[in-house]
Design a protein around this ligand. Structure first.
Ligand SMILES: C[S@@+](CC[C@H](N)C(=O)[O-])C[C@H]1O[C@@H](n2cnc3c(N)ncnc32)[C@H](O)[C@@H]1O
Length: 379
C-alpha cells in the first residue's frame, strides 16, 4: 500500500466528503488544510471520477522540515536518471497556514544546481515564491513530461514529500460544460465537477435518477462514470436537450451505458414512471427564478415558500416509489457575509419520510443564489 495525498478543491469540506464517500474513512491517514492523505493499493481511474480533487500526489517521504532539501535531492537524482531533454519542473507547497514557511524560491534554486550537476536541462514552471496554479501545471504537461514535487504540511512537525501523478483534466471538464449541444444558461446548469461530487456522495450506484434533469449534466457525468441514467423534467425543451447531450456524450467520450429521459412534473411521479431499479436520486432541483440583484426579505420568503412546496411534494412522490438515498441542491441566499438557508428544511423532509444526514454549502464569490447540498436518507 502507498500513501497518496489528494489536493482538495475550493470547497474543502464538500471535496473531503466526496473522498470519504468514495475511499472510506478506514483508509484515511490524516486530513490537513488543503489535502487528505489516504493509504491505498492504487489510484487507477480515480482522478477522472473525483470532481473535488485537484490533483493526486504519491508520497515518497515523510521527514522533519530540516531534511526537505536532502529528500528532494535524492528524488531528483533518481528521477532524472531516466529522463532526457528539457524537463518541466515545479515545486508546490500545500496545507501550510503560512505559505512562507517553506521558501520555494530557495528550493527551486537548489534543485536547479542539482539538475545542472547531472548535466541535464529543465524548465521551471514556477519561479517562486508561490506554488504554481494547477492549470499552469496542466498546460505545461508537467505530469506527463516532468515532475511536480509537493511539500505537504503534516499533523506532526514533519512534512510529506510527494510527486503529483494525476491532475484534473481541465480540457475535458470545459468540453463537457461548454461544448455540449443543448445549453441554456438561464436554467442554471450544474457544473460538471459538482455533479460528479454529488453522484459520489450518494454512495455506490449502478443507476441514478434525476427528476429535474434540465440539460442532463448529472446523467452525462453518471454515464462517464459507467452508470446508467434515468431523467425527467417538466419542460419538453429540457427533455430534448438532455437527450441530445447524452447522445453527444456517448459519441464524444465513447461511453456505452444506457439512459432514458421522459417529460414529467416531479410532484406527480408514480411508480409506473420508473420501472428501472434506481440506486440513488441525484438532482439540482429547481432553484427559483434567476436573480440579478439581492432579493428583499419579502422576495426571499416568497421564493422559499414556493421551493418548500415543490420539495415537499416531489419528495413525497418519490418516497412512494423508492427508498434510495437522495443527494439534492436546495437554494439559499447570500446576503453580505451571511447565507440565508431555506427555513425548517429538516421538518419538511421528515414530513415526506426522509432525514437529512449531511449538509454542505457550495457558493461562488459572485453568486446571490447559492446551493445547499443535502444528503437525505429515508426514515
Ligand atoms: C436548476 S435546473 C436543473 C439543471 C440541470 N441540473 C442542468 O445541469 O442542466 C432545474 C430544472 O427543473 C425543471 N423543473 C422545474 N419545476 C419542475 C417540476 N415541478 N418537475 C420537474 N422539473 C421541474 C426545470 O425545467 C429545470 O430544467
Amino acid at each position: 500500500m502507498n500513501l497518496y495525498a489528494f489536493e482538495l478543491g475550493r470547497k474543502k469540506e464538500l471535496c473531503f466528503g466526496e473522498l470519504i464517500a468514495v475511499l472510506g474513512e478506514d483508509k484515511l491517514v490524516e486530513r490537513n488544510l488543503d489535502t487528505a492523505i489516504f493509504k491505498l493499493n492504487n489510484i487507477d481511474g480515480l482522478q477522472d471520477r473525483l470532481g473535488g480533487t485537484i490533483k493526486i500526489i504519491e508520497i515518497f517521504d515523510h521527514v522533519p522540515k530540516t531534511q526537505i532539501s536532502t529528500s528532494i535531492e535524492k528524488k531528483l537524482k533518481q528521477f532524472f536518471q531516466n529522463h532526457s531533454g528539457k524537463i518541466p519542473f515545479s515545486i508546490s507547497v500545500l496545507s501550510f497556514k503560512d505559505r512562507k514557511t517553506i521558501n520555494i524560491k530557495e528550493l527551486l534554486n537548489f534543485s536547479k544546481k542539482i539538475i545542472k550537476s547531472l548535466g541535464l536541462n529543465c524548465r521551471f514552471v514556477n519561479k517562486g515564491p508561490i506554488s504554481p496554479k494547477p492549470s499552469t501545471i496542466y498546460k505545461a504537461r508537467v505530469i506527463e513530461k516532468g515532475i511536480d514535487i509537493c511539500i505537504i504540511n503534516g499533523q506532526s512537525s514533519s512534512v510529506y514529500l510527494g510527486r503529483t501523478i494525476t491532475i484534473q483534466n481541465i480540457d475535458s471538464y470545459s468540453k463537457r460544460d461548454f461544448d455540449k449541444p443543448g445549453r441554456d444558461a438561464k436554467v442554471g446548469m450544474t457544473p460538471p465537477k459538482l455533479a460528479q461530487i454529488m453522484i459520489n456522495l450518494a454512495g455506490p450506484s449502478n443507476t441514478i435518477y434525476d427528476p429535474f434533469c434540465g440539460t442532463g449534466t448529472f446523467l452525462m457525468e453518471a454515464m462517464l462514470m459507467g452508470k446508467n441514467g434515468v431523467g425527467s423534467d417538466i419542460s419538453t425543451r429540457m427533455v430534448e436537450y438532455s437527450e441530445k447531450n447524452l447522445s453527444w456524450t456517448q459519441e464524444q467520450f465513447r461511453a456505452d451505458t444506457k439512459f432514458r429521459i421522459f417529460e414529467k412534473d416531479a410532484r406527480f411521479l408514480i411508480k409506473s414512471n420508473i420501472p428501472e431499479k434506481i440506486d440513488a436520486i441525484v438532482t439540482e432541483g429547481y432553484l427559483g427564478k434567476p436573480l440579478e440583484k439581492q432579493p428583499t426579505q419579502h422576495e426571499q420568503e416568497t421564493i422559499f415558500r414556493e421551493l418548500a412546496n415543490l420539495h415537499l411534494n416531489w419528495l413525497r412522490a418519490v418516497r412512494q416509489i423508492t427508498n434510495c438515498p437522495i443527494v439534492m441542491c436546495v437554494a439559499a441566499f447570500k446576503v453580505g457575509p451571511q447565507i440565508i438557508h431555506l427555513p425548517k428544511f429538516q421538518e419538511l423532509v421528515k414530513e415526506a419520510g426522509y432525514k437529512v444526514t449531511e449538509t454542505f454549502t457550495y457558493d461562488r464569490p459572485d453568486q446571490i443564489v447559492v446551493r445547499d447540498i443535502k444528503i437525505l436518507n429515508s426514515c
